[in-house]
Design a protein around this ligand. Structure first.
Ligand code: 6R9
Length: 664
């Protein structure tokens, strides 16, 4: 157990450490010699960006070609491939069958219970997607209708997403770990009329129910007309667990449906999906992606960043389809590129710690994409476990979701990649739709901890408060300086919030503000430092402080709360909550911490559960009443409390620091 993950207690320290980092990893010669994308792509894209993106769109099969690459006449509302028409599902499935690759495996599905596997070829996928599209039509889903998907990692989840895309019915996938409340609010916001779910899924060896959360969501929103249910675990749904007027079994509706379905071509700007993500205010934002530009971005980046060779590579992305990474890099990018990929249902260490490495060995995975939080948890187990497996098939490793610490990067490359494999640290967001900043595996000499530079076709920079580019060696805000095909088009139903959130900060320059802080090193390479707003990143998942605060305040004993993200060696950041109890609640009782923690769990989901809850007498506020989270973060991370000058009452921090010892 010599390998240890490192975490620094403050941004300053992190920066200082990062800048001492001088290890470099050159691309392997053979990879460089055969790379899909070479260094000249940067200059080609910079000299004619729209021409470059027109070339990338040729990766797709269009029913009608576009007549204009980009319409940016009314910023920040973009239209890409104007006039073009295509069907996303046709591009991900049918065209591969038509090209004679119907027998190629699209998905090697691995269930969590050992020995339970299923392979789907592209021809299988075409039949399944057609059947599901026909069944959804029967249930009343038409073009433009929204469908919510709340499913475990089973092939039917991908089939449903593609069936929706085939019908032009935007899907909204809600992570299976989210609660009934979170599900209901998302369904309400985008007015989804059909929900596709399963009785449950396997987590750590036991069936974990999903359907009851949909039933509960139906008591909180009246939008749901039909619920289509896959029988996955066969668990008992209970006496009240089925409503014949609403619930329909997948095996009744889909299995018997016709496997013939003609895909219709939709406008390039037709909505493809809405994905909810945390914002700085309480309500999650429904990020809207459309068809032509998004699919172009997903397919191109998957080809470029993973150097994908569809005839020989076996790809595996461990993300859940409930997050954007699952959308762009399990479903749309890889399938548009005709890849063979692994889809794994369960937890990384079930039933044994080496489960992932065994899957890599068994399926001879060549391209592997995961998150720093997973890498850090494996580091803790040491290298003995992965050392037992033959992972010599691997040729490129990817990382996404949060900054990867240099030690985790080096461990990943060394222990998992046998020192052969480039590590691509890919920076992007739900909003960007596809990878924006990343090394190119055949071009870039990687620096552990740096996402390096914007990929060809993308223009990003680090700017100061005024929007001026910072010189090398300085930090600032990460911005994207020109529109890109897979950019979000708006926030569902709220154009104003879209413009305000992303485009008002640097309105003068017309830059997209990502909400992340970053640093340019002496070579001009980019090091992403994390969020500058009140959004936390826990295990690579974005959570808003306000959302958790609202959940806490909805508890009858809580008067006020403040939530901060504190650095955590395992999860990157962890949720730390400070609460003031209502007078009538007294000291809250002996179980107050557990009570509140369970409350957050049911309101939002287990992922939002605070690591620590502190009952405090007061919260640090400025004279204008703004909570000074910076000071609370100091306490949570065990630092000396910083500058308290602007506090209305400076003695409050002593009270809070004293409370810490008693209530964690
Ligand atoms: C794809 C995804 C986006 C936020 C983003 C940033 C953080 C993602 C990163 C990274 C440093 C990387 N982030 N990748 N930070 N290095 N390689 O994660 O989307 O869930 O929307 O989160 O995640 O803070 O702003 P999303």
């Amino acid at each position: 157990m010599s390998d240890q993950s490192t975490s620094s207690s403050s941004t300053e320290e992190t920066l200082a450490n990062l800048l001492k980092e001088d290890r470099r990893f050159e691309p392997p010669a053979e990879l460089a010699a055969n790379a899909n994308v070479t260094a000249d792509a940067y200059t080609r894209a910079a000299s004619d960006r729209e021409g470059f993106w027109a070339e990338q769109a040729e990766r797709l099969t269009w029913d009608t070609r576009w007549d204009r690459v980009l319409d940016w006449d009314n910023p920040p509302f973009a239209k890409w491939y104007v006039g073009g028409r295509l069907n996303a599902a046709y591009n991900c499935v049918d065209r591969h069958v038509e090209a004679g690759r119907g027998d190629k495996v699209a998905i090697h599905w691995v269930g969590e219970p050992e020995g339970e596997t299923r392979d789907l070829t592209y021809a299988d996928l075409q039949r399944e997607v057609s059947k599901a599209a026909n069944a959804l039509t029967e249930l009343g889903v038409g073009t433009g209708d929204r469908v919510a998907i709340y499913m475990p990692m089973i092939p039917e989840a991908i089939v449903t997403m593609l069936a929706c895309a085939r019908l032009g019915a935007p899907h909204t996938v809600v992570f299976g770990g989210f609660s009934a409340d979170a599900l209901a609010s998302r369904i309400d916001d985008c007015q989804a009329k059909v929900v596709v779910t399963a009785d449950g899924g396997y987590r750590r060896g036991t069936p974990s129910a999903l359907k009851p959360a949909v039933d509960e969501a139906r008591t909180k929103t009246d939008k749901i007309e039909k619920v289509l249910v896959v029988r996955r675990t066969g668990q008992d749904l209970g006496d009240d667990g089925w409503d014949d007027s609403v619930d329909v079994w997948w095996h009744d509706a889909v299995d018997g449906a016709s496997d013939q379905h003609t895909p219709e071509a939709f406008d390039s700007e037709h909505p493809l999906y809405v994905m909810y993500t945390s914002g700085t205010t309480g309500k999650p934002k429904g990020i809207l992606h459309t068809t032509g530009g998004y699919l172009t971005g997903a397919a191109y980046t998957h080809h470029a960043v993973f150097d994908l060779k569809p005839d020989t590579d076996v790809y595996w992305c461990t993300a859940d389809i409930g997050w954007v990474t699952g959308h762009s890099y399990i479903v749309y990018g890889p399938l548009a590129n005709g890849v063979t990929q692994v889809l794994y249902e369960g937890t990384p260490d079930s039933p044994e710690p080496g489960r992932w490495w065994k899957i890599i060995q068994d399926y001879k995975v060549t391209l592997f994409y995961t998150a720093p939080t997973a890498i850090r948890s494996f580091m803790k187990q040491g290298h003995d476990v992965p050392d037992k497996y033959d992972m010599s098939s691997l040729r490129i490793l990817g990382s996404v979701g949060e900054p990867i610490n240099p030690e985790a990067y080096v461990w990943y490359r060394h222990v998992i990649g046998g020192d052969r494999t480039p590590v691509v640290d890919t920076w992007w967001q739900t909003e960007t739709g596809a990878v924006m900043i990343s090394p190119l595996p055949g071009v870039t000499a990687g620096k552990p901890g740096s996402a390096m530079t914007a990929i060809p076709g993308i223009e990003a920079d680090v700017v100061d408060d005024e929007g001026n580019p910072v010189p090398n060696g300085s930090g600032g805000y990460l911005v994207v300086t020109s529109p890109w095909p897979s950019m979000l088009r708006t926030i569902w139903g709220d154009d104003k919030r879209y413009a305000d959130t992303y485009w008002s900060r640097f309105a003068k320059q017309g830059y997209y503000f990502a909400g992340d802080g970053a640093k340019k090193d002496d070579d001009g390479d980019i090091w992403v430092l994390g969020r500058v707003d009140d959004v936390m990143n826990v295990s690579g998942h974005r959570l808003s402080t306000t959302e958790i605060e609202s959940a806490l305040v909805s508890h009858p004993k809580v008067a006020e709360s403040a939530v901060v993200g504190a650095s955590d060696p395992d999860t990157g950041q962890a949720v730390v909550a400070y609460v003031i109890l209502r007078n009538e609640a007294g000291d809250g009782g002996p179980d107050i911490v557990k009570e509140l923690s369970d409350h957050v769990r049911t309101q939002i989901g287990p992922i939002a559960k605070p690591r620590q809850i502190m009952v405090v007498p007061e919260l640090p506020k400025t004279r204008s009443g703004k909570i000074m989270r910076r000071l609370l973060r100091d306490v949570a991370e065990g630092r000396t409390v910083g500058d308290t000058q602007t506090l209305a009452d400076a003695s409050i921090m002593d009270l809070i620091s004293a409370s810490q010892a008693t209530t964690t």
